[in-house]
Structure formats: C-alpha cells, structure tokens
Design a protein around this ligand. Sequence first.
Ligand SMILES: Nc1ncnc2c1ncn2[C@@H]1O[C@H](COP(=O)(O)OP(=O)(O)OP(=O)(O)O)[C@@H](O)[C@H]1O
Ligand SMILES: [Mg+2]
Length: 354
Amino acid sequence: MRRGCTGTEKRDCYSIVSVTAPDAPSPKTTGSDLTQRMKGIAQLRAHLRYAIVGQDNLIDRLLVAVLTGGHVLLEGLPGLAKTTVVRVLAGGMTLGFQRIQFTPDMIPGDITGSDIFLPQDGQFQFIPGPVFNEVILADEINRAPPKVQSALLEAMQERQVTVGGTTRALPEIFMVIATQNPIEQEGTYPLPEAQLDRFQMKVRIGYPSAEDELKILRLEHERTSGTPMASADPALTAGGVLELRRAVNTIYLDEMLERYIVALVGATREPRRWDAELADWVTRGASPRATLALAHTARAQALLAGRDFVEPDDILQLAPDVLNHRIGLSFAARAAGVTPDRAIERIVACVPVP
Ligand SMILES: Nc1ncnc2c1ncn2[C@@H]1O[C@H](COP(=O)(O)OP(=O)(O)OP(=O)(O)O)[C@@H](O)[C@H]1O
Ligand SMILES: [Mg+2]
C-alpha cells in the first residue's frame, strides 16, 4: 500500500508496491543490460497502473517523458489524480523529487533559491531552491504570477539557473511535470504561448468511465483502511534512466518518417497548402521544437513497444500531445467549437502517411 504525504516533503511518498511486472520487450540492437532496464520501465508502468485506475494515455506519456527527459504539462479538472500520478511516478524511481505548490504570493527565489546573508560569516551563501532536484512536480503552475512561472520555464529550457550573477547547472536528469486546471479562474495566470512551447507534451486528462470510477472508490477505501503492503525496490535508478535515454537515441527513424514529421509540423504553419477550412482555423503554427519533440517522443514510443525502429503509428499517437499546445486557432474557429485536437486530426488526415 502506498503511503500518502502532504506539503513539499521529499520523496518517500508512494514508495513502489510489489507488483509483478509483465515481461518487458527487448529491442534487438541492444544487450542484456538494456533488457534489464526495459524490465525496470515495465515495472514502473505496473507500479503506475496499480495506483492509477485507467488513464492509460497519461501513463504512456509519462513513461515517454522519462525516456526522453521532456517536460510535461498535465491539464485536467480538479480531482483527476494529476498530483497523485506524479507522486506515484517519482516514488517508482530513485530520483530526487520535489513538489512545488504554486501560489499567487510566490517570488522567483522560491523556485531558484537565493543568496542569503550569513551575519556570522559576514558573507552571502547560496541556498538552492526546490528546482535543484531531478523530478519536479510544479503543481497548479497557473496560480503563480508570470515572473515566477518564467523562473521555472527558463530553468526548464536552459537546464541551469542564474542567481546573483552566478550560473549553476541543474542535475543531469531534470524533468518538470507541471499541472494546471483548464478552467480560467479568478487569480490564475494562464501560461503565455511562448512558454508553453517549452513543454514537450501537454497531456489532457478526462473523467474516468463509471466502471473505472467504481475501481477508484474501492482503491481509495483500500488505501485508507487496508493493511499496508510491503514495499519493493524502486523500478529505476538515475543510471538506468540515463541508459534508457541513450537507447532511445539509437532507435532508427527512417528518412521518409523524418520527412513525414516535418510535413505534419509544416502543415500547422502553412495549412492553406493542404486544406482551405484548416487555413481558416489555424492562425499560429508549431515551432521546430515541435519537430524535434515529435521525433524524440516517437523514438521513445518505439522503444516502449520493443522495437528498434519508428513506425508511422508512433508518430500518429504522439502528434496530438506534442502539437495541441503549440498551435493557435482563429477566433472564428474557437467560436465554432473547433479545438486544437480537431485541427490536428484534420492535419493528420490531410498529410499522407508514407
Ligand atoms: N484514475 C484514478 N486512479 C486512482 N485514484 C484516483 C484517480 N482519479 C482520482 N483519484 C483519486 O482522487 C483524489 C484526487 O486526486 P489528486 O489530488 O491527485 O487530483 P488533482 O487532479 O491533483 O486535483 P487538483 O486539480 O484539485 O489538485 C485522490 O485521492 C486520487 O487518488
Ligand atoms: Mg493537484
């Protein structure tokens, strides 16, 4: 049984449960070490599946993010397990974990750390902020003012932090999983479009089915009243994660598929070339970061499927989560109820699969 925790305490929450991982697929091009690591990722998936009912897309995307080092924005209404899933993910790996609860009264130093004057030494000393960790849960990121958001978003992009003129590198493994509620409430600061581009994927979380909700109810009851289960070792260490990331980079992406990715992203910029209605909908296209993200995540998806080469379907599966936060829709399209997902569906239907 997982142990719940509160506040910003470090990583002992939701330690891994003893579940039997399904046999992990092993890519052909790599050795037995990698096979072992793939078992680790399968165990991590099983750990997430045990604690989180349904939400398979969310779990798959988080595993892709672990394998690529990408930052993820989770968007969903309150109570859909956004915070829980990140705690569970962090609990399955031996990585430094820190949750930052974003609030309207924060200052950038609450994220990055600051130089504190020590009277006994007569000098300043840098006290690192929570960003100096490997897995960061940036909870309710849209509740903090823009200066605080950009302190984190700059760290995400540059993987370093500058305070008082000194630049300090962040850990080699540094992934931010931010959560936000899609309802624009009073006292929230929506992330600027340019900042959204720094998230490799934006994953939307929907309501569970009635059947899944029943399971959630029973799981919660078990959690609060059941006998604690023995905890097992975390599924992945930092070394294991880095090894898997290197393996992702060896996955073969054929030139035809590279061109397909470029064409999909290109269609967000020049929709008129493909479809007149699409041109009325899409006013802002995705950046080359989207192209890189789509190629990288498709490679990770292939590795998760036990292949050493990317298939078109890997790209098609990732395209909505990689592109939806990177395209802008016209006022008329939004008024007519067109969503970024619908525009992406149309793009995917227009651009021929190689
Ligand atoms: N799919 C699910 N599987 C397991 N538990 C779930 C699921 N969905 C919701 N829950 C349970 O619902 C409760 C709320 O979850 P959590 O606090 O993570 O939601 P949240 O999305 O972070 O909400 P908020 O936006 O208000 O912060 C928790 O007890 C969580 O375990
Ligand atoms: Mg939450």
